[in-house]
Design a protein around this ligand. Structure first.
Ligand SMILES: [Zn+2]
Length: 499
């Protein structure tokens, strides 16, 4: 820091050349590529899809747009561009648009540069302050984006209104020599899009009829929902035309990537309190809920299911387990599959429902998703494992009453009475000498798995019983069969119609 030039003269003598921001980002990216640095650290699953396209866009010095559904790390990628900026750049101190001391564009800085010459003091702007972000909404105005003329300022200074000294700068000029990110671009009114385009094209803009020339140097990046973006009339054509690259983002292509993202993002290692041990099958069930939701036709595909669903769900799952452990004085927090049901508050708000889904209700759909997710994970893990002993115990009239607040010890005690259950739980990948909360979690997983496979039933109060005992609503087909049956001669048997 001490060696940084402090005046324009020193800056000129240092040989540092002014560079447009897109060139600066390109140069730094080139260096990172040559050094084999990891690009966009923390972004998982985009190595072969999104990142190569991003790199090409930056190498081409394009303004670009990320097209994707919610929760696909779009904002995070854009903020990741900060790493490609110089650590700090020279600026005229106090200039709202971060003028380059060697070539200021605003009238005040030009006047100052002319008056002070090489002795003019300079400041250094860290890269973190060169990123401006705006969520587009229909009520964003030209004044917000570009700026406004301040008539009072003008009157006080005795200046002509068209003099830029009377200008109150908006977000875009304040992003000068940096990155300006606009999220959800299609929500921006057409008039504002025209203003953006003019800045991009001509470097000037009209404010309240006064033409103001601002030769801004900005990397413009955008995000949008793909359908909104391609819908006719949402984006003015000339603006679309000026966006060099359209890059599609996506949800994790594999469960492996999805698990890694959630593991990275979810707050599960709680510094104060008990150690947390999350079984793999709980992580997988949480992730599978999102995969199920994305494939469910009752859920709106155009708005998508954010990766924030599994992230926040896992956090609530851990919290529910934490609460149980604290109440019972258990030494370790081990989440159970049933804790996922306690995470409904972080699931139901993460998707939009289609009409069919609305009829059923978000909560019922979320429960279906969890049950299906448990079924998938359980089937994978217990493939080829004989579960009949446990199912038979229930078939013979056995029942088990549990809740997500039942202590580990109590779960173990109750499970010991169920023929084959403790042995089956061992198949859930329990390490030798696993503590009671971990064993209880495995038992819970087996019960929920058998319930998901419809081998046993479960009441809303979490009473497990034989499969046939489940008081479920008959499907329409079954109702029909029952109606037919009523006309059948007695003794024809009931069972066979339910095959
Ligand atoms: Zn200035």
């Amino acid at each position: 820091m001490a060696s940084l030039p402090r005046t324009v003269g020193e800056l000129r003598a240092s040989g540092l050349q002014p560079r447009p921001v897109k060139q600066e980002i390109r140069d730094n990216l080139v260096r990172k590529l040559q050094a084999g640095d990891r690009l966009f650290p923390g972004i998982i699953g985009y190595d072969e899809t999104v990142i190569p396209q991003l790199v090409n866009a930056v190498l081409s010095r394009h303004n670009f747009i990320l097209l994707g559904l919610r929760g696909q790390a779009k904002s995070r990628i854009l903020r990741g561009l900060l790493d490609l900026l110089d650590e700090r750049i020279p600026v005229v101190p106090g200039c709202e648009i971060h003028d380059d001391p060697r070539a200021p564009i605003c009238a005040a800085c030009r006047a100052r540069a002319a008056a002070e010459g090489d002795a003019m003091a300079i400041g250094w702007l860290p890269r973190e302050e060169r990123y401006v972000e705006k969520l587009a909404t229909p009520d964003v105005t030209i004044a917000d984006m570009v700026g406004d003329i301040d008539p009072i300022k003008a009157a006080q200074a005795g200046l002509n209104l068209s003099d830029e000294l009377t200008m109150h700068y908006g977000l875009l000029p304040r992003a000068n020599r940096g990155i300006f990110a606009i999220n959800e671009l299609p929500d921006l009114a057409g008039k504002i899009q025209v203003g953006l385009f003019n800045i991009l094209q001509e470097g000037d803009v009209q404010i309240k009829g006064y033409p103001i020339r601002l030769r801004l140097d900005v990397l413009l990046v955008f995000t949008a929902n793909p359908e909104d973006y391609t819908a006719r009339g949402k984006i003015i054509t000339p603006l679309k035309d000026r966006i060099g690259s359209e890059i599609r983002t996506h949800y994790p292509a594999t469960r492996h990537h999805a698990l890694a993202i959630t593991k990275q993002e979810a707050w599960t290692e709680r510094a104060t309190g008990l150690p947390v041990e999350i079984p793999d099958y709980v992580r997988e069930v949480v992730e599978e809920v999102a995969f199920q939701a994305r494939a469910d036709r009752k859920i709106d595909k155009r708005s998508g299911v954010s990766q924030r669903l599994p992230i926040t769900t896992l956090e609530l799952v851990v919290s529910n387990a934490e609460r149980r452990a604290l109440v019972h004085g258990e030494p370790i927090v081990v989440p159970r599959v049933t804790d996922v049901y306690a995470a409904l508050p972080s699931i139901t708000g993460k998707f939009e429902l289609e009409y069919e889904g609305e009829l059923r209700g978000a909560e019922a759909i979320a429960r279906d998703l969890i049950r299906a997710a448990v079924g998938n994970v359980f089937s994978g893990m217990f493939d080829g494992v004989d579960t009949r002993t446990v199912a038979e115990w229930f078939d013979l009239g056995g029942t088990l009453q549990l809740s997500d607040t039942t202590s580990a010890e109590q779960v173990l005690t109750m499970a010991c009475g169920v023929q084959g259950l403790p042995e089956l739980a061992q198949q859930a990948g329990l390490p030798k000498g696993a503590p009671p909360p971990a064993v209880a979690s495995a038992i819970d997983f087996v019960l929920e798995g058998l319930y998901a496979q419809k081998k046993i039933s479960r009441s809303d109060e979490r009473g497990y019983a034989a499969a046939d005992a489940s008081p479920r609503r008959p499907t329409r087909r079954e109702e029909q069969l029952v109606d037919e049956e009523l006309q059948m001669p007695r003794g024809a048997g009931k069972k066979k119609y339910y095959n």
